[in-house]
Design a protein around this ligand. Structure first.
Ligand code: NQM
Length: 359
């Protein structure tokens, strides 16, 4: 079968990497569309050797972008996780790292006209029916990628992209604390089920016999731990209004312990089977809100910053991710008043991707 071609950009968004497409370039038929996403990435194959994927969930991600018909919104963004070693994709989760590249992509492709200086791109996140506002540096109406901003998990410095989230609390699970409790007990272990943009299960490290600063390799090599964590994950799926999560990449399982470098709290995250090199953006936003909520798992371990707008450094295996949260002061509505983060992104390649259809 002849190779087929499709316009595509390869971008780093935050600490993740993926293929970015214009919705109009992809086939409309869902099965044909999924085939393109899989084949370009090189899935299913644990090495993704016949595609551009990086053989890890963090580098097997897709953004599909179109001009928005919604009032006050510039572009619609659909995130797709391409499973590395199975012929499967999932839209059951959002991704705040890949999101960082969405505004730059929209400007590069003429979906948003840049100002000379700075451009705000308002993004509707289809996976979670919520909004992100991105501030992008655009001197001379061109996206600036180089700069002085550093994020842990990415070498060097780049142009900062400030992202403010609107309406992310409960966006996947229906409520910030979807079980109706700030703490539940599952398999004899206290857990906090939280969704401030990403469904996350917080578990205290000692409750799993861990210190919380274990290496990624040690955690991924601990079969008994992985089985225990997965058993809890499968049980909490329905409690989080996510149903059967066996084939879903949510909820994320986050092991928390006291911060080691002056931050809010330390984390190790199963996403949900591999361990994250850092922490997801929206996952960190969920962790930050849980850890600052009295009674939740992690609250007693956390060092909570003072002030109304709290800059919470969520520590992870390669540094920390800072989330600025303004907590609710309304007991009837615990959703935070604001959530913001800083990311960087970079256009790595622009052009044509080639793939061979299976059928
Ligand atoms: O939580 C990985 C990532 C993510 C998700 C994952 C993310 C987020 O770091 O917003 O960014 O948990 O699958 O790309």
């Amino acid at each position: 079968m002849m190779q087929k071609a499709i316009p595509c950009m390869l971008m780093r968004g935050g600490t993740s990497k993926g293929t970015y497409y214009l919705d109009s370039d992809l086939p409309a038929d869902p099965a044909a569309r999924e085939e393109v996403l899989l084949r370009v990435m090189g899935s299913p194959d644990s090495r993704q050797i016949d595609g551009v994927g990086g053989a890890h969930p963090l580098t097997s991600k897709v953004a599909i972008i179109k001009k928005s018909a919604r009032e006050g919104i510039d572009v619609d963004y659909l995130f797709v996780q391409v499973v590395v070693d199975e012929a499967r994709t999932s839209t059951a989760q959002n991704c705040g790292n890949i999101l960082a590249g969405v505004g730059p992509f929209a400007i590069e492709n003429g979906l948003v006209e840049a100002n000379d200086g700075e451009t705000i791109v308002t993004v509707y996140m289809e996976n979670t029916d919520s909004i992100a506002r991105q501030r992008i540096l655009t001197p001379g109406k061109q996206v600036q990628y180089d700069g002085d901003a550093a994020i842990d998990g990415v070498p060097g410095t780049h142009a900062p992209i400030m992202i403010e989230f609107v309406g992310v609390a409960g966006s996947s699970c229906g409520a910030l604390f979807p079980s109706g409790n700030v703490v539940d007990e599952v398999d004899g272990i206290p857990v906090t089920l939280v969704d401030n943009g990403m469904p996350v299960v917080m578990i205290s490290a000692p409750d799993l016999g861990l210190k919380g600063d274990e290496s990624i390799e040690a955690l991924e090599g601990n079969t008994a731990l992985k089985e225990r964590v997965e058993a809890i994950r499968l049980k909490v799926g329905p409690m989080m209004n996510l149903g059967d999560v066996k084939d879903k990449t949510v909820p994320k399982m986050t092991i928390v312990s006291p911060a080691q470098n002056g931050g809010l709290i330390n984390t190790r995250s199963f996403i949900p089977h591999r361990v994250h090199d850092a922490v997801g953006v929206l996952a960190a936003a969920s962790v930050a809100v849980a850890a600052t909520t009295p009674g939740a798992v992690g609250h007693d371990l956390a060092t909570i910053p003072a002030g109304e707008r709290k800059l919470c450094h969520v520590e992870h295996p390669t540094g920390a991710l800072a989330v600025e949260v303004e907590l609710s002061d309304d007991p009837a509505d615990p959703a935070p008043k604001s959530v913001a983060i800083m990311r960087t992104a970079r256009l790595l390649m622009a052009g044509t991707a080639y793939y061979i259809p299976v059928a």
